[in-house]
Design a protein around this ligand. Structure first.
Ligand code: AMP
Ligand code: TRP
Length: 330
C-alpha cells in the first residue's frame, strides 16, 4: 500500500459504457489497493463544452457515482467527490491562469482538433473556459499534490502541460510547492464498439455499462461476423470478426479454442456469440445487480459524495493555504 497519491477525474457527460470501464475505471479499481486515491466527478470540466444546456448535469453526476460504486470503487478507501463542491479547484485554476502563457494553451494539439469536432455538433467553443480546460485540469491534480495520474493516452498533452505549469510555479515562487505528476496509462487498449469502430457515445455502437443480460445479448447478437461465412461448416476468418475481438478481451481462457473451431468450420457464429455473452455476463451481471441496488438508494449516493467532498476539502484547504503563502496572496 501507499506508493504515493493518485488523482484522476472523469466528466459526467452521459451514459457510461464498457469502453469507459475497460479503458479507465478498471484501472482505477486496481490502483485503489496500491495508492491513496482521489477520484473526482469533474462537473466543471463538463461545463467547458456543455455550458449552454445543463439540464442533464445533475442526473449525469448521479449516474456516474453509481457507475463508479457498482464497478467496485470503495468510498471508504478512496476519496470520491464532486469537483465543483470543493471550491479550491476554481480558486487554484484562477491563480494558475495568471502564470500560464496563452501560447502554451493554444499549442495543445487537441485544442484545435476538438474545437473543430465540437463545432460540427453545433456548439460554440470559442470561450475562455474551453481554452482554459487544461489549466483547470492542472489545478485538480496539483491541489492534492498528486504524483500519479491514471489517464488514457489522449490526455498525455494535458499532463505534460500540468508539469510545465508546476515547473513554472516552483521557479517563480522559488520553492518546491508541487511535485511533478506522472501519467499512469491504462494497459487496456481501445475497446471496439459493436460495429468495429472505437466504442463511443457518438457512434451509437456502445454496450452500456451495467447492461442487463437481455440488453447485453441484444448488442452481442448485432455484432458483425465474417461476411464470407454463410454456413456453419464454412471455414471462418476470425481476424475480420468483431466477436473475435471481444473474445480476446473478455474470454481469454476459451479464445484459442474457439478460434481454432471457427477456422475449421466446427462452431457456428450464434454459438460463438452465446459463449461470449455468457462470459461477459459473468463480469456484468454482478455490476448490473449492484447498480440496481444503488439505484434504489439515492440518499446513500448523496452521502457518499458528501463524505468525499468533506475529505477532499480538508486536504484542498490546507494545500491552498500553502499555495497562497508561496504567492503572497494572504
Ligand atoms: P470519454 O467518454 O470519451 O470522455 O472517455 C472517458 C474515459 O474513458 C477516458 O479515460 C477514455 O480514455 C476512456 N474511453 C472512452 N472510450 C473508450 C474505448 N472505446 N476504449 C477504451 N477506453 C475508452
Ligand atoms: N480531461 C480528463 C478526460 O477528459 C478528465 C479530467 C479532468 C482529469 N481533470 C482531471 C483526468 C485530472 C485526470 C486528472 O478524461
Amino acid at each position: 500500500m501507499n506508493k504515493g497519491r493518485i488523482f484522476s477525474g472523469m466528466q459526467p457527460s452521459g451514459r457510461f459504457h464498457l469502453g469507459n470501464y475497460m479503458g479507465a475505471l478498471e484501472n482505477w479499481v486496481r490502483l485503489q489497493h496500491e495508492y491513496e486515491c482521489f477520484f473526482a466527478i469533474v462537473d466543471l470540466h463538463a461545463l467547458t463544452s456543455s455550458y449552454a444546456d445543463t439540464s442533464k448535469l445533475q442526473e449525469n453526476i448521479h449516474q456516474m457515482a453509481i457507475d463508479w460504486l457498482s464497478a467496485g470503487l470503495d468510498p471508504e478507501k478512496n476519496v470520491i467527490f464532486l469537483q465543483s463542491h470543493v471550491q479550491e479547484h476554481a480558486e487554484l485554476a484562477l491563480l494558475l491562469g495568471m502564470l500560464t502563457p496563452l501560447s502554451w494553451l493554444e499549442r495543445v494539439p487537441t485544442y484545435k482538433d476538438k474545437l473543430r469536432d465540437l463545432e460540427d455538433s453545433g456548439k460554440d467553443l470559442h470561450t475562455y473556459g474551453f481554452l482554459g480546460y487544461p489549466v483547470l485540469m492542472a489545478a485538480d491534480i496539483i491541489l492534492y499534490k498528486a504524483t500519479r495520474v491514471p489517464v488514457g493516452e489522449d490526455q498525455s498533452a494535458h499532463l505534460e502541460l500540468t508539469r510545465e505549469i508546476v515547473r513554472r510555479f516552483n521557479y517563480l515562487y522559488k520553492q518546491e510547492v508541487f511535485p511533478e505528476p506522472q501519467a499512469v496509462f491504462s494497459k487496456a487498449k481501445v475497446l471496439p464498439g459493436i460495429d468495429g469502430r472505437k466504442m463511443s457515445k457518438s457512434y451509437d455502437n456502445t454496450i452500456p455499462f451495467g447492461a442487463s443480460p437481455e440488453e447485453l445479448w441484444e448488442r452481442v447478437r448485432m455484432m458483425t461476423t465474417d461476411p464470407a461465412r454463410i454456413r456453419k461448416t464454412d471455414p471462418g476468418h476470425p481476424e475480420v470478426c468483431i466477436v473475435h475481438r471481444f473474445q480476446k478481451v473478455f474470454n481469454e481462457e476459451e479464445v484459442e479454442n474457439i478460434t481454432a473451431q471457427c477456422r475449421a468450420g466446427e462452431i457456428g457464429c450464434m454459438q460463438c456469440k452465446r459463449c461470449l455473452a455468457n462470459k461477459m455476463n459473468e463480469l456484468l451481471a454482478h455490476i448490473h445487480a449492484r447498480r440496481k441496488e444503488l439505484e434504489a438508494k439515492p440518499g446513500y449516493i448523496k452521502e457518499v459524495l458528501e463524505y468525499g467532498n468533506q475529505r477532499a476539502k480538508a486536504v484542498a484547504r490546507a494545500n491552498m493555504e500553502e499555495i497562497r503563502r508561496a504567492m503572497n496572496v494572504l
